[in-house]
Design a protein around this ligand. Structure first.
Ligand code: ADP
Ligand code: ZN
Length: 762
């Protein structure tokens, strides 16, 4: 009998076997989706393989096979299997990441109406109303909505009205008014051919002449693409060196060779400008994958990629699974970014898997960064990747001058606040006087990071998490509290940044009752307020998760680009790859915050942040200047950042990692244990630790259990056991043994997650 092994998108460790009806035999091939019975349900699974054999007892038959072409390309299916095994994640869960979204939850409908797979049911060509900037000047006294909408249209050039309406309820009437005033105009045009390409026509760009290092890098990559053998490159280029141009030339070459391309970027919402650059070069050949897509758009996109009608997929982490046809090139931009690691469910690292995917597809992987991760550096040093250097900025601009301000010695500036030192204050003044722009980076959102009682010394903390509550002066429009507790705008609240907990700021300490609560520390909200007072003539904007999520981020950045903002204050959102030519001053308000994290990568992270944020300065014609405020100017992360000495830092840090037995020399696996009962979590941790020690071979170090640095999160107590070894195979054997027996040790209500190559250690 003809049998098929089918993986199902349920957390099941193994595939199930079904018989293949003769009528479907042609379509049941590896990677194809099939509808199968499972208990009383019907679910969609993916065929792993087909074989002749003795049917197992009570074998059930595949109901239908809707795919003309297998949904999952073979190369991707291989990757998913390896990913599943590497991360100890059920194949079913892994498959969910890669299956086209529309049908995933719609198995039933899928049986009733297989036409869901019909291209014809996608969004066809139709006329829609596009909004574009008009000739007229910006009318005076615009409402906040109207000015945001106008800024957006000006930033993107052309956008369907429907898109604006998604964001602004009153978009239609605002547009009418702005059209009447001449600031906007509208035209009827064909709906974008590919519905997932938002924002209409980006102006086609002209490729610049490459600098010599860019040309050399492109030549190496294109050579490897032509050779058709797998290869990994580390494109190590200083900030502003034009890495994107190198990627784009490589993409063009891959397309000529009729190979598909996947581009991974850290966070699509934070890099609208970057996406626009790809769109300007490749137009509708680029599929932008992001979380705002409707299921229908996702479905359309998925088919166009799979069918090879669109050859370039760009997106954040999950774009790793884009079903690019004949994949030949995978690019990981800002490869050091921690967002490439998924921190829940299947805890995969998209950078590591990108290398693997390219390898399996016999393609080329390009990792790019100004501050390579030590892992990627290690690949180069061990001969598994080739380094390509861009040592200078693309238009030969000087690197910004970086200085530290030693807060131990430096008194407060005119504001009286120590955290706005005199040199930083003066530098801001000078920047404003020169009509240039400044970015101030502070890695703390909210007004005050903590609130303490001066009578008993207790901090106000979250009832569900072991963290201090942050004081926010202004309400956040989308916060749950507004709906649930009817908190009004303007009232200050205490908020937990890990769960949704939010309360009005109490009059008295909730522990001792004394009316002695004081606000401690500085957050971006307060910094913004301080700057507005200190520089009343300056236009100050803020970029953090409180003011901007999703597409609102673009609006803030558009305003900065349009020079409607003089000082931009923000969290690490401001450090990402923004190319803002009029920013000449970057101030790091508190460099020490990132250094004190309980993480063996704290120093690496801090260094990357400093170099990246510094890299926002001086990208245009005027030279840039960077001021780093710190209590610890001798710290290696700061000292090397001061000299832009990336190689020096890496060499220094690698010595420490080797001595301490940490990645990239050794590998780490965390067993993460949590439960609502502290005792249950602790006990399970103890048993897992014992079990790990029992099964571990010599050379595998087992540490813990220990409470996680964030000991309680959303009412669950958290413990962890760390396994570490330079012997990767021995480490895997130990984890596999623990995984097989974890049922023995975990009582009910205790969750155990295996985190291979953990990134976030909290
Ligand atoms: P990176 O990503 O390395 O920080 P970008 O790719 O953002 O750098 O490039 C920085 C700036 O230099 C961009 O404005 C880009 O358009 C410009 N640029 C890149 N390559 C060239 C070139 N060969 N000639 C002129 N300008 C270039
Ligand atoms: Zn909380």
């Amino acid at each position: 009998m003809l049998l098929a092994d089918v993986a199902l998108p349920i957390p099941l460790g193994r595939a199930l076997t079904y018989s293949v009806p003769a009528a479907e035999a042609q379509r049941v091939v590896a990677g194809a989706r099939v509808v199968v019975p499972l208990g009383g349900r019907r679910v969609v699974g993916v065929v792993l393989g087909k074989r002749e054999g003795e049917p197992p007892p009570k074998v059930r038959a595949i109901l239908s096979a809707p795919d003309d072409t297998p949904a999952v390309p073979e190369e991707l299916l291989d990757l998913l299997r390896e990913l599943s095994s590497y991360y100890f994640a059920p194949l079913g869960d892994v498959l969910r990441l890669a299956l086209p979204p529309l049908e995933r939850d719609l198995a039933k409908e899928l049986v009733q109406q297989p036409s869901l797979f019909d291209e014809a049911r996608g969004v066809g060509a139709r006329k829609v109303l596009f909004v574009e900037p008009g000739e007229g000047a910006e009318p005076e006294r615009l409402t906040g909505q109207a000015s945001a909408l106008l800024a957006r249209v000006r930033a993107v050039g052309s956008v369907p009205l429907a898109r604006l309406e998604e964001r602004w309820g009153g978009a239609r009437s605002i547009v009418k008014r702005l059209v009447a005033a001449g600031a906007l105009k509208t035209t009827m045009r064909d709906a974008p051919e590919v519905p997932f390409l938002r924002d209409g026509g980006a102006e086609p760009d002209v490729a610049p002449e490459l600098t010599a290092p860019q040309a050399a890098a492109v030549e190496s990559i294109v050579g490897a693409l032509r050779a058709g053998a797998p290869k990994t490159f580390l494109l190590h280029g200083v900030t502003g060196s034009g890495k994107t141009e190198v990627y784009m030339r490589a993409i063009a070459a891959a397309r000529e060779l009729e190979r598909g391309v996947v581009v991974l970027v850290p966070e699509i919402a934070l890099t609208p400008q970057l996406v626009a650059r790809y769109r300007a070069r490749f137009g509708d050949e680029v599929a932008v994958i992001h979380s705002h897509l409707t299921p229908k758009e996702r479905h359309g996109m998925w088919h166009k990629l799979r069918g090879g009608k669109v050859t370039v997929a760009i997106g954040a982490r999950s774009a790793l699974f884009a079903p690019a046809n004949a994949l030949g090139l995978v690019i990981v931009d800002e490869e050091h970014d921690t967002s490439f690691k998924q921190e829940e469910g299947v805890r995969y690292h998209a950078r590591d898997m990108a290398i693997l995917r390219a390898f399996r597809a016999r393609g080329v992987c390009v990792l790019g960064s100004a501050t390579p991760s030590l892992e990627s550096e290690h690949l180069v040093r061990t001969g598994r990747a080739e380094r390509l250097r861009l040592p200078e900025r693309a238009r030969a601009q000087a690197m910004p001058r970086v200085e530290t301000i030693d807060l131990r010695r430096m008194g407060p500036g005119p504001t009286g606040d120590r955290r706005l030192s005199l040199p930083l204050h003066r530098a801001i003044e000078a920047t404003l006087a020169a009509k240039e722009q400044a970015i101030l980076f502070l890695n703390r959102r909210g007004f005050s990071p903590s609130v303490r009682c001066e009578a008993c010394g207790k901090m106000e903390s979250c009832p569900s998490c072991s963290v201090a509550l942050t004081f926010h002066k202004r309400r956040v429009p989308h916060a749950r509290a507004e709906r649930e507790f009817g908190l009004d705008h303007g009232s200050g609240t205490l908020r937990c940044h890990y769960c949704e907990h939010e309360v009005r700021l109490p009059d008295r300490c909730r522990a001792c009752g004394a009316p002695a609560l004081v606000l401690e520390g500085l957050g971006t909200e307060k910094l913004e307020e301080t700057l507005k007072t200190a520089f009343p003539e300056a236009r100050v904007a803020r970029l953090d998760r409180d003011v901007a999520t999703g597409r609102a981020i673009e609006d803030v950045l558009a305003k900065v680009r349009a020079r409607e903002v003089d000082i931009l204050v923000g969290t690490q959102m401001v450090t990402k790859g923004h190319d803002l030519p009029h920013v000449t001053l970057v101030g790091v308000v508190n460099a020490d915050a990132a250094l004190s994290l309980p993480d063996f990568r704290a120093s690496e992270r801090a260094f990357q942040l400093l170099v990246q944020v510094a890299g926002r300065a001086g990208r245009g014609d005027a030279p840039g200047r960077v001021l780093i405020q710190t209590y610890d100017p001798e710290h290696s992360a700061i000292a090397f950042a001061l000299r832009h000495d990336v190689d020096g830092f890496i060499a220094h840090e690698l010595v420490d990692r080797k001595a301490l037995g940490y990645p990239p020399y050794a590998r780490v696996v965390l067993l993460r244990i949590d439960a609502t009962e502290e005792q249950a979590a602790r006990e399970a941790g103890r048993r897992l630790g014992d079990l790990a020690r029992e099964v571990a071979e010599p050379g595998v170090l087992v540490l813990g259990p220990a409470p996680a640095p964030l000991a309680r999160l959303r009412n669950r107590f958290r413990f962890r056991v760390m396994l570490r070894s330079e012997d990767r195979a021995a480490l895997r054997r130990a984890v596999a043994a623990v995984e097989r027996r974890r049922e023995e040790v975990a009582s009910s209500g205790v969750r155990v997650a295996i985190d291979v190559d953990p990134v976030q250690l909290l």
